[in-house]
Design a protein around this ligand. Structure first.
Ligand SMILES: [Fe+2]
Length: 692
């Protein structure tokens, strides 16, 4: 009885505090009716009034009673059990009266009035109950259909938003939010109305057991007590937290704000059941979407790893590989920022990063190198031992400022060592906003390990390659020296030609491999002169036709000298064609324009310029301006004009010759006349006396 009274009171309270303009819920708002009329004793009293009016010969307010009864039963279908009690209470005084009635006719008249009213009242109650059950059945049908209607939605975020909207519509909720259970057992708001929910809900005490263990809903009072959540900003004091469960495991929660009328505890237990049924389906749909997403992620991961293996196999460019590694981690993992450090002596230097906001990227560059000590004792030990480790950002202040990271929601970082030859040669650091779920964390570690293995391999390859390259190149330099002994005027020539050629190659954007090829070819381009008689090479005057023909064999000779050397196969065509002319009048093959390998065209400009800028037995070095003019004059005939243009740009940027020379200022003074004329013996004029 007290409870029933309380319900009546609660209804009244609900009406008075209802937000103006809030959508009407037909379930809770009997329009034009006194809400207090819904307490059972009020119903009984109105019922009694009706009986009295009818027994007094009037019609009575039958329709009003029927409407009240119908609404009462609709609001609380299970309360129909109380119908007999209400009828008995209403009829009691009249039955008493009937007992004292004098005639059978009087008794019969009372009996008829009571029976008519009872029929009216019961019919109204049944109508109300039926309306409510139909309404619920309709909602349940919609709930049952929910997974089907969203079958095509595979993105968990979209699904969550659609689910919340559907539930708000179904139940007439003001607010609803979806929260995800993280691995610390905190409920993190992820979708829906998350205002007023800035912090995760951290359940504790008994409520935690009820919610997570027994998977039962919690009410606002329990939330207030358990995790100090004060429902504000329109959530209302009677919000309810419904668990999202999959296979008896809580994966999250729906926080449902006030119905646009009553509180949850008072009248809406059926709505709560509806919400729970909905939550069950939503949880399954979400789980399926997540499984789908996880599968997609696995596919992406596998593809990314394959791609990385391909990159490691196809380039020796360590920077490029590290860049791909960090980009992959940010693309494939839920990681927001990733950076790669490599050992540089006793320190570690940031070499590649991805996903960084400007502020932090700037900080990285500003800080530069660090030592493992800067990462704290635990991280240092783990990295030295080659173990991955996750540390809170406060400990990693040496890496990046913990307070800035915390501002961006980053609380911890995974450090994954890069190992080569049994040593830690670097590490990857992975950060992300918010805590990953246990499973995400596991996947991230696994992928980081695979990425680190590839990066480690690349570091090892690069260092092996650097060793081999060093030894190859010293062999090549020794070979080049051999020709300089024979032709003292060319001392340092190939080294300087190499410097110019590589500057042009870089300015033209040639990749590492092409530049490497060019470096070898430039160093060795005149190796064939070993086979040319010293007296011809060092002849101060003009060459005879025969001598010039002899000199012109040096590219072919050079090619045949390097032919048996495995690692010089790629530079061979450049050596062979470094005397071809852009107009097709060069040698040995008379190749023209783009048919001449680009590196050979570059080498040709570098070679001519270096020769012009050096003393020769037959002339003095040309001043810079003179050499420049020769290049311009011969662009398009002897030289590729594009290469000349690039080289002139380099000279401009350097404000002169990039290799410092003594500027004699004597111009063309000296032995054999204009340098450019030296080639004429062989036919076409060559800048720089390249006939030699
Ligand atoms: Fe040459």
């Amino acid at each position: 009885m007290a409870n029933e009274l309380a319900r009546g009171m609660a209804w009244g309270t609900g009406m008075e505090t209802r937000v103006a303009g809030a959508p009407e819920s037909t379930m809770f708002h009997p329009v034009g009716m006194s809400p207090s009329g819904l307490a059972p004793e009020v119903l009984a009293s109105r019922y009694r009034e009706l009986l009295k009016e009818r027994l007094d010969g009037g019609e009575g307010h039958a329709e009003e009673l029927a409407a009240l009864a119908e609404e009462w039963a609709r609001r609380d279908p299970l309360a129909v059990e109380q119908v007999d009690g209400i009828i008995a209470r209403a009829e009691a005084p009249f039955r008493e009266e009937m007992g004292t009635a004098s005639t059978a006719e009087d008794r019969w008249r009372v009996e008829v009035v009571l029976l008519e009213a009872r029929t009216l009242f019961m019919e109204a109650c049944l109508r109300g109950r039926e309306r409510r059950l139909r309404d619920l059945a309709d909602k349940w049908r919609q709930i049952e259909d929910f997974p089907d209607t969203l079958a095509a939605v595979v993105d968990p975020g979209t699904l969550a938003r659609a689910g919340l909207e559907r539930l708000k519509g179904l139940l007439g909720l003001r607010k609803a939010a979806l929260l995800e259970l993280d691995r610390n057992g905190h409920l993190v708001p992820v979708a829906g109305d998350t205002d007023g929910l800035e912090e995760p809900l951290r359940l504790s005490g008994e409520a935690s057991g009820v919610f997570l263990g027994k998977r039962k809903a919690l009410y606002a009072d329990e939330l207030r007590e358990s995790c100090a959540w004060e429902p504000g900003k329109g959530w209302g004091g009677d919000a309810v937290l419904v668990p999202l469960t999959v296979r008896k495991r809580v994966i999250g929660a729906l926080l449902l704000g006030t119905l646009t009328g009553d509180g949850w505890e008072e009248q809406a237990y059926l709505e709560l059941e509806t919400a729970e049924a909905f939550a069950e389906r939503l949880a399954v749909a979400l789980e399926n979407a997540r499984l789908h997403e996880r599968e997609q992620r696995k596919i992406r991961e596998t593809l990314a790893l394959l791609e990385m293996a391909r990159v490691v196999g196809s380039t020796l460019d360590l920077e490029e590989i590290l860049r791909r590694v960090v980009e992959m981690m940010v693309d494939v993992c839920p990681v927001t920022m990733c950076l790669a450090y490599l050992a540089e002596g006793n320190a570690f230097r940031p070499r590649a990063w991805a996903g960084f906001i400007e502020e932090l990227a700037g900080e990285l560059e500003r800080r530069g190198d660090l030592t493992l000590e800067d990462l704290g004792a635990e991280a240092k030990r783990a990295l030295e031992e080659g173990r991955a480790v996750t540390r809170p950002v406060e400990e990693l202040g040496g890496l990046l400022p913990g307070d800035v990271l915390a501002e961006h929601g980053v609380s911890e970082a995974l450090l994954q060592p890069l190992r080569a030859k049994g040593r830690t040669v670097g590490f990857l650091a992975l950060f992300h906003a918010g805590l990953p779920s246990e499973e995400e964390a596991w996947e991230e570690e696994r992928l980081a390990e695979a990425a680190a293995a590839q990066a480690s391999l690349a570091v090892e390859n690069a260092s092996l390659y650097a060793d081999i390259e060093r030894s190859y190149f010293s062999t090549v330099q020794a070979l080049a020296k051999a020709i300089e002994v024979k032709d003292p005027y060319t001392r340092g020539h190939s080294e300087r030609v190499t410097t110019y050629a590589l500057m042009i190659a870089e300015a033209m954007g040639l990749d590492e491999r092409e530049r490497q090829k060019l470096k070898y070819a430039a160093t060795l381009h005149d190796i064939g002169k070993i086979g040319i008689a010293g007296r011809v090479l060092n002849k101060p005057g003009s060459l005879t036709e025969e001598e010039y023909t002899h000199v012109k064999t040096h590219p072919l000779l050079g090619d045949s000298i390097v032919e048996p050397v495995e690692f010089l196969q790629e530079p061979r065509p450049i050596i062979l064609h470094h005397h071809e002319r852009y107009d097709g009048n060069g040698y040995p093959d008379g190749l023209r324009g783009e048919d001449i390998p680009l590196c050979a065209r570059i080498l040709s400009v570098a070679d001519a310029f270096e020769a012009m800028r050096s003393d020769r037995p037959y002339r003095k070095a040309l001043p810079l301006e003179e050499a420049r003019r020769e290049l311009v004059r011969n662009a398009g005939s002897q030289f590729d004009p594009r290469v000349v243009e690039v080289f002139l740009g380099i000279l401009d940027r350097h404000g002169g010759d990039p290799i410092p020379r003594e500027e004699g200022g004597e111009g063309l003074a000296g032995g054999g006349g204009p340098a450019v004329a030296r080639g004429e013996a062989g036919g076409a004029r060559e800048a720089g006396g390249m006939g030699r």
